[in-house]
Design a protein around this ligand. Structure first.
Ligand code: NG6
Ligand code: CA
Length: 532
């Protein structure tokens, strides 16, 4: 029997009642008097949860979504045996805001979350509501492995001592992270509070995003040392033959080797699973792939026809397969819910000359959609999403519009946790839609870029820029269309998924009501139920 056969998902108002029933049934496991629709169908043994969060993976970048220059058999298998979403969205078209929303259930504008430098303070306040903290309260062991990019510390960080607050202060029991992204210093791993592999003989690590440090060469003064040419922003400290954003000194023994990410991160993930498996566990596995700099391990060089960008997609697929196989070997797969998705849409040239454009061939990273990373257009946030839980999810493609903002409340329902009124205020419980491809998600959700977009069914509305604000154009040089205008834009995605025809003028009422819904969401402070 499918344990999630109830016909309606408990929405915010009814969650409390369901949870009381759930608690009663936990106390009396034999309680079977409720009908098929009752909370007894929530599994007694809470499943492990893994979120595979790929960086900058576009809608068209997996073979199960139409990729041409690379094959992704391991991820395709999850899609074939689970649910492949065709209208799933990250909450923003860049990394930090999407990650912030995923982990807090709040839209990024509430905390002015934008792409962070590598030495930025922690964006999420310790003690505030977070996804890992909520799951920890439900009895989960919680871990993050991979790219962080949500800031660390309180303002000044001593990279040679304890680096905190960070993941451990916002609900993770274990963390092994790249502090920001691969293209930003410091280029060292951080395990819990400490830089990993730092030796006593190393010079102290110093990081500066303003002032030039000279401990290592930099890309402007020593371009002959570079393996990939970079734009000026990415031309500071050179580590491993690649210039980065920002300057650093010291920590020689701790410097990462980018090509080792797949092995190092997979090993840490497996160790976390091995140590955590007495409890249910939550693993947030945040890939560095396929962000720049793209430096595949030699095992994956030439695995695609697209050069480094395709090869790191193959690498990402291998890592996913390896962790899934590990679950299978340990007998954990049947009781693990896997969510595979991306933090924002694709970009080819994001600062390094790695031939992503030249070798693209007929591959379409954005699939049939317009724009990419940074955009208000669809490809900014429309990303692959696969939900896989052997024997528990239905199998098929889901067309429902759905947003990552809802993962928090959905996973709370799965774990039997009630949410406070001021917790994850933008997140709705769409567990049913995550597990059954025939079910619908929420009526509305926002997407954030340099402006705000909202979806309602097939309507997509892009809020205009105010006349006092400058429209960013830097992505033009990257060949990405932003979709930012001083006038309202409305698209009907059922007939115009490539957003070619702005129908705002002919649908003034729709524009008005969607703008009103954006304004309503902006001012809300609690998890009140949506209108009607
Ligand atoms: C931008 C960088 C880009 C990338 C991005 C973060 C430009 C000119 N530069 O500032 O290379 O590092 O930040 O990417 O856009 S993200 O996926 O982490 O959001
Ligand atoms: Ca990203």
């Amino acid at each position: 029997m499918n344990i999630f056969t109830q016909t309606s998902v408990p929405q915010k108002g009814s969650v409390a009642i369901v949870l009381v029933l759930f608690a009663l049934c936990l106390l009396a496991p034999s309680c079977q008097t409720n009908s098929e629709k009752s909370a007894t169908q929530i599994p007694e043994k809470r499943p492990n949860i893994i979120v595979f969060y790929v960086d900058d993976l576009g809608f068209g970048d997996l073979s199960c979504y139409g990729a041409r220059g690379v094959t992704t058999p391991n991820v395709d298998r999850l899609a074939n045996e689970g649910i492949r979403f065709t209208d799933a969205h990250s909450t923003a078209s860049t990394c930090t805001p999407s990650r912030y929303s995923l982990l807090t259930g709040r839209y990024a504008f509430r905390n002015k979350a934008a792409i962070l430098p590598g030495d930025a303070p922690l964006l999420i306040e310790p003690g505030s509501y977070t996804l890992p903290r909520m799951l920890k309260q439900a009895g989960y062991k919680t871990g993050v492995v991979g790219k962080w990019h949500l800031g660390l510390g309180n303002g000044t960080i001593d990279w040679n001592g304890e680096v905190k607050p960070g993941p451990l202060e916002i609900g993770f029991d274990y963390s092994f992270i790249l502090p920001a992204t691969g293209d930003r210093v410091p280029t060292v791993y951080l395990e819990n509070h400490r830089v990993a592999n730092l030796a006593k003989t190393d010079k102290p690590i110093v990081v500066d995003y303003e002032m030039k440090l000279t401990g290592y060469p930099n890309g402007i003064d020593n371009p002959e040392l570079l393996r990939q040419k970079a734009d000026p922003q990415h031309s500071n400290t050179i580590v491993n033959g690649i210039s980065r954003i920002g300057y650093m000194e010291g920590g020689e023994s701790a410097l990462w080797v980018d090509e080792e990410f797949p092995q190092v991160l997979t090993e840490k993930a497996e160790k976390f699973i091995a140590n955590a498996k007495q409890n249910p566990f939550f693993l947030y596995f945040a890939f560095h792939d396929i962000h720049v700099p793209r430096l595949p391990n030699k095992q994956f060089v030439g695995k695609s026809t697209m050069g480094p960008r395709g090869d790191v997609i193959a690498q990402m697929d291998w890592v996913t397969g390896k962790i899934i196989r590990y679950l299978e070997e340990k007998g954990l797969a049947e009781n693990t819910l896997v969510i595979f998705t991306s933090d924002n849409g694709p970009v080819l040239n994001d600062g390094y000359e790695d031939q992503a454009e030249e070798l693209l061939g007929n591959h379409q990273p954005s699939g049939p959609f317009r724009g990419g990373k940074y955009s208000a257009y669809e490809a900014g946030t429309r990303v692959p999403m696969i939900v896989y839980w052997p024997g528990k999810t239905s199998r098929g493609a889901s067309k429902t519009p759905i947003s990552q903002i809802d993962l928090y409340a959905s996973l709370a329902a799965l774990a039997g946790q009630e949410l406070a009124d001021d917790e994850a205020i933008d997140s709705d419980n769409n567990l049913q839609a995550l597990l059954d491809h025939t079910k619908q998600g929420s009526e509305f959700f926002l997407e954030e870029s340099f402006t705000t977009q909202i979806r309602q069914g097939d309507w997509k509305y892009i809020e205009p820029f105010s006349s006092t604000k400058k429209i960013p154009t830097f992505m033009n040089e990257k060949g990405v269309e932003g979709g930012f205008e001083f006038f309202p834009q409305l698209f009907n995605l059922s007939t115009d998924k490539a957003e070619q025809s702005n129908v705002a003028k002919d649908n003034a009422e729709v524009v008005k009501s969607l703008q009103a819904e954006i304004d309503r969401i902006r001012t809300k402070t609690t998890r009140e139920a949506p209108p009607n």
